[in-house]
Ligand binder design. Structure first.
Ligand code: ISC
Length: 451
């Protein structure tokens, strides 16, 4: 055993996995980052880094850079996500006791642009061979989990239809989390008062609900369902945190950084029974709403302002577009930046996250005032909800979403779901409460809970 990380990346036959990446989501303990048929799945845990507090991103950055500095990397594929990869999830709040983490798996399987690969990672001295990597893939896909029956792969259908999802309901039930619905609406009303008093422009208030599943939680199935239904989103799974986020905090590939900023939401169920076509309804009610556009402008301004010092050039849509998801429509803007050299280096993903988090889409504006008010009004430790979740590699590439539309699996039968809403001067507490239910829907459906 040495302390030097050694990795070997070899190509995999894509033809042998026609279901794309979701067909590798066969264990409840997988690490996952997936969109459409592409992404990364991690198996096992070689080591991890834990941190809390305001320096959690920069401490993780130092740990990762130190780990890969001496690493012996053999990479026969050379794409973003090949070589050593760590998956991570960070607490939303710098004051949260929730532990932020980077996890280095023992094996990573990746698919991108029609190419597939596997990377084996080790600290021991035994030679890494292509045959060994392929045998390791086989082992992780077929060996039962310590506490599971390992049967998830068998008969799994990553293309599950929505009907199958909802038919599964019945045994689970929901209870409120830190605040009752009435108390949460009171918190929203108090937030609106503070905005009207001129103390801040925008505030994002979240709440939690607790799902109890007597038959147990099947995390791999939840990930497969989310990946199959929320194809525009990034499905994530890191150490019990699962979800499918539509919001990209920062994606780095070489010198190019991209973000997808969302703010402004419309429940697609609201369009049922109206005369307009659904998209015409979304254009009129969402894109045509001054309140929603204002909320969106605040979010895009805060992101571009924070990213500017790291960029040589930046562009974003002049007008937001409507992002259509199975549950809601959002006002969305994509931002692209060419990263500048800072002290001779392209900034790392974690350095960018340190500057960007928390954005106005999950905290508010001004950030410090909104953060203090969130602590006062929510009565909730957000834990990893609304914090960065994603992966990074040794070359500086990475994808970090904002952990929205997700949940924390607290034990075999208990899952805590989180959802929040941007509050501005014109916000109505009842409408915001309804919006949280629309945002809980992806997870409720994936868990088979009807409401
Ligand atoms: C805070 C959440 O959503 C954010 C992202 C998109 C739209 C939002 C909104 O319209 O309020 C929120 O800012 C959440 O899903 O929990």
């Amino acid at each position: 055993m040495t302390s030097t990380l050694r990795t070997l990346t070899v190509p995999l036959d894509v033809e042998s996995s026609p279901g794309g990446l979701p067909s590798f989501l066969v264990r409840d303990d997988v690490l996952c980052w997936s969109r459409r048929e592409a992404g990364l799945v991690g198996y096992g845990e070689l080591t991890r880094f834990n941190a809390t507090g305001p320096e959690r991103f920069l401490e993780a950055d130092i740990w990762w850079r130190h780990l890969i500095l001496e690493a012996e990397i053999t990479d026969h594929v050379e794409l973003p996500g090949t070589g050593p990869v760590a998956f991570g999830s960070f607490a939303f709040s710098k004051t949260s006791p929730h532990v932020s983490r980077l996890i280095l798996p023992e094996l990573v399987v990746g698919i991108r642009d029609g190419r597939a690969w596997a990377t084996q990672l080790t600290f021991d001295d035994r030679p890494l061979t292509e045959a060994g990597v392929l045998a390791s893939v086989e082992r992780w896909l077929t060996e039962p989990e310590p506490n599971g029956d390992g049967s998830a792969a068998e008969g799994s259908d990553v293309g599950l239809s929505p009907e199958v999802v909802s038919q599964d309901g019945g045994s689970g039930h929901l209870s409120h989390g830190s605040l009752s619905e009435a108390n949460w609406m009171k918190a929203v009303a108090d937030g609106v008062e503070e905005i009207r008093a001129g103390k801040l422009e925008k505030l994002v208030l979240a709440r939690d609900v607790v799902a109890t599943l007597p038959d147990g939680v099947n995390a791999a199935e939840v990930l497969r369902q989310l990946a199959a239904r929320y194809r525009e989103c990034w499905t994530y799974g890191v150490d019990g945190l699962v979800g499918a986020t539509p919001e990209m905090l920062i994606q780095v590939e070489g010198r190019t950084a991209q973000a997808r900023v969302l703010a402004g939401t419309l429940d697609r169920r609201d369009a049922e029974g109206v005369d307009d076509s659904p998209m015409a309804y979304a254009e009129r009610v969402l894109a045509g709403s001054e309140k929603q556009r204002h909320e969106h402008e605040i979010a895009i301004d805060s992101l571009t302002r924070q990213l500017a010092p790291f960029s040589e050039a930046m562009n974003s849509h002049s007008e937001p577009f409507i992002l259509e998801l199975p549950n809601v429509w959002h006002l969305a803007s994509d931002v692209k930046a060419e990263l500048a050299d800072i002290e001779g280096h392209v900034p790392t993903c974690l350095a960018l996250i340190n500057a960007l988090h928390p954005t106005a889409a999950v905290c508010g504006t001004p950030t410090l005032v909104a953060g203090a008010l969130i602590r006062k009004l929510e009565h909730l430790d957000r834990g990893p909800y609304a914090g960065p979740v994603g992966w990074l590699d040794a070359a500086g590439n990475g994808e970090w979403g904002i952990a929205l539309r997700g949940a924390v699996i607290e034990d075999a039968n208990t899952v805590r779901l989180y959802a929040g809403c941007g509050i501005v001067e014109g916000s109505q507490p009842e409408a915001e409460l309804a919006e949280t239910w629309a945002k809980f829907r992806p997870m409720l459906e994936a868990l088979g809970i009807k409401r």
